[in-house]
Design a binder for this molecule. Structure first.
Ligand SMILES: Nc1nc2c(ncn2[C@@H]2O[C@H](COP(=O)(O)OP(=O)(O)OP(=O)(O)O)[C@@H](O)[C@H]2O)c(=O)[nH]1
Length: 582
């Protein structure tokens, strides 16, 4: 008996993965995914628990429920457990030429059902593959686009990311970028180590190199699923599909075909003959021919729908990509599509959105974000996400070394991606997904990149001095909140003599009784109970010398800005404005 993976143990005990994970949760066992391994003694404990329960005539499911109930008296029911499962939506990403298109083509060729008579398989940005474990939807638009803009609205297109890495080339800049995108979107990833048919293939090197990205392959005791395959010969592709189904099962993806319709635009184009053709991925509910739908500030009526095999369909349920005809303007990919009961309602929704946008645009120019909005819930750890661009690898390492020390109890500083050279549009997309700031050190962003950044609301900041960059990070760590200032008591002095100096006006010869007096400090002058002046200490002297501050027990000459009526016996009380930590 040795270590065993959670899913394997679940299978052995006849539980499904989710039941097993629930059981582990109830026992307080930590794991990352169903492919995590369990120690031998833990395996024994679980087996004993399940078998004990079965002996007392409980099924495995009841064992889970019992353990769960014991550990969490008020455990919530899994949301929507009666909602049916839906197919996973997968995106394939990776470095140029590592084989993304070849892998998609291989899957499409071998897994897509025969075309309907007369139907032509056309490029619609997504297709459905049939596997022994059910349907898998592949998005074949550039992977990172599947994660961009809509993330901000709390939705995502892809459920799982496949990162393709050529076994003869290993980790390359776009591999890093792809991994960063998947991590920022918080989708599970599977690494497809491609081209293993090549004599120069070195899959072990790929697995080793993955660790540089913090991805530890399962074989090395980590959590990252890696599959060796060849998009050319098809070797290993079946295994990849199996893993996708496994991850999908763990993710417990569900959607109600009877629920309210919601979808997302995958792609759109204007066809000279047909007009606007848009591919919608149905995410919830069902889309029917004849339905009114709203996208952003436009609406349309679905006139015709084609599935990804080119066949005409009348309706489409969750996790189905369909190409639709019925929009008058091409909608933007990533936009959310929702339904409307009729044309009247569709028009109303569009009108309301226009109003809201205009009002919001006006408001953002004046409105300050609330603390809660900027920092999220105060109990949560906050994250400062950064993308770092610098002139040399040396600079990157130095800066990362410094940032590495910056994570505190409340704030994580994450460098999502770093690279040599000016930031790219890809960086901006990632930053927009992950709400990251792009920091440039000794590199200059191009005007085109700055423009995209502005459109997406991404901050790109350039520095030539490392400490200024660090100051910026500290500012971001403070949560971008407007600084809060507080008036603090500095010290008190008694006026013992008033000296008139021709050009300087009156100088209050004073004795510091408590604390300190400081030049430029705010000061209140009391005469008995009355406040006779509030202003600033504009000058401070010890004998003939100008000084910055004077301590308790010393005498000094004080100049008060724009005020000449000081008298012997007056009490000067100095305060200073300090920034309080948020
Ligand atoms: N021998 C071998 N060649 C492969 C394999 N997969 C892809 N190739 C070849 O690698 C080259 C690049 O493959 P693509 O599928 O176009 O790669 P890509 O990642 O889609 O490239 P871009 O779309 O340009 O980013 C092509 O010449 C493919 O024929 C494989 O498994 N084995």
């Amino acid at each position: 008996m040795s270590k065993i993976r959670i899913y394997a143990l679940a299978k052995e005990l006849g539980l499904d993965n989710n039941e097993m994970l629930e059981l582990l949760d109830s026992m307080g066992v930590s794991y990352k995914s169903a492919s995590s391994t369990l120690e031998e003694d833990m395996v024994e404990t679980i087996k004993a628990l399940v078998s004990e329960d079965r002996q007392t005539q409980n099924t495995g499911t009841q064992a889970v429920a019992a353990a769960k109930a014991a550990a969490q008296p008020a455990a919530e029911e899994a949301p929507g457990s009666d909602v049916p499962h839906r197919a996973p939506v997968v995106t394939i990403m990776g470095h140029v030429d590592h084989g993304k298109t070849s892998l998609l083509d291989y899957i499409r060729k071998t897994r897509v059902a025969a075309k309907e008579a007369g139907g032509i398989t056309q490029h619609v940005g997504a297709f459905e593959a049939q596997t022994s474990k059910g349907k898998i939807v592949f998005i074949d638009t550039p992977g990172h686009e599947a994660f961009t803009s809509i993330r901000a609205r709390g939705a995502r297109v892809a459920d799982i990311a496949i990162i393709v890495v050529a076994a003869d080339d290993s980790i390359m800049p776009q591999t890093r970028e792809a991994v960063a995108h998947a991590q920022a979107a918080k989708v599970p990833l599977i690494v497809a180590v491609n081209k293993i048919d090549l004599p120069s293939a070195n899959p072990d090197k790929v697995k080793n190199d993955l660790m540089q990205l913090g991805l530890v392959p399962e074989e090395y005791g980590g959590q990252t699923i890696t599959v060796e395959l060849s998009a050319k010969t098809g070797q290993g592709v079946e295994e990849l599909l199996d893993y996708i189904s496994l991850v999908a099962e763990i993710e417990d993806l569900r959607a109600d075909p009877k629920g309210e319709f919601k979808g997302v635009i995958i792609e759109s184009k204007v066809d000279k003959q047909a007009g606007v053709l848009a591919t919608i991925l149905v995410q919830e509910g069902t889309l029917n021919v004849g339905d009114f739908v709203v996208v952003g500030e436009t609406y349309g009526k679905i006139k015709a729908m084609t599935d990804s095999n080119g066949g005409r369909v009348k309706n489409a349920g969750p996790s189905t990509p369909v190409q639709v005809l019925g929009f008058s303007e091409a909608p933007v990919s990533g936009e959310i599509v929702s339904g409307a009961k009729n044309e009247h309602e569709a028009r109303d929704i569009v009108a309301r959105r226009k109003e809201e946008r205009e009002a919001a645009a006006e408001a953002t120019t004046r409105r300050k974000l609330s603390l809660e909005e900027v920092m999220g819930s105060l109990e949560q750890r906050r994250e400062v996400n950064l993308i770092l661009r610098a002139d040399t690898q040396g600079s990157i390492e130095a800066i990362q070394g410094i940032f590495g020390r910056y994570t505190t109890e409340d704030v994580d500083v994450n460098v999502l991606l770093s690279g040599i050279g000016a930031p790219t549009e890809g960086d901006v997309l990632l930053a927009s997904t992950a709400e990251a700031t792009i920091l440039c050190f000794s590199v200059t962003p191009s005007a085109a990149v700055l423009k995209v950044a502005e459109q997406k609301g991404v901050d790109v900041k350039s520095f030539r001095i490392i400490y200024e960059m660090i100051d910026e990070v500290e500012r971001l760590m403070k949560g971008n909140v407007e600084p809060v200032f507080e008036e603090r008591y500095l010290g008190r002095a008694e006026v013992r003599q008033v000296i008139s100096v021709p050009k300087a006006g009156k100088i209050a010869g004073s004795y510091v009784q408590d604390g300190i007096l400081r030049r430029n400090a705010k000061v209140t002058v009391r005469r008995g109970k009355e406040i006779v002046y509030t202003g600033t200490i504009s000058g401070l002297k010890r004998f003939k010398d100008d000084v910055r501050e004077v301590q308790t027990g010393y005498e000094c000459g004080v100049n008060l800005r724009d005020w000449d009526a000081v008298e012997v016996g007056d009490i000067l009380e100095a305060t200073e404005t300090v920034e309080v930590k948020a």
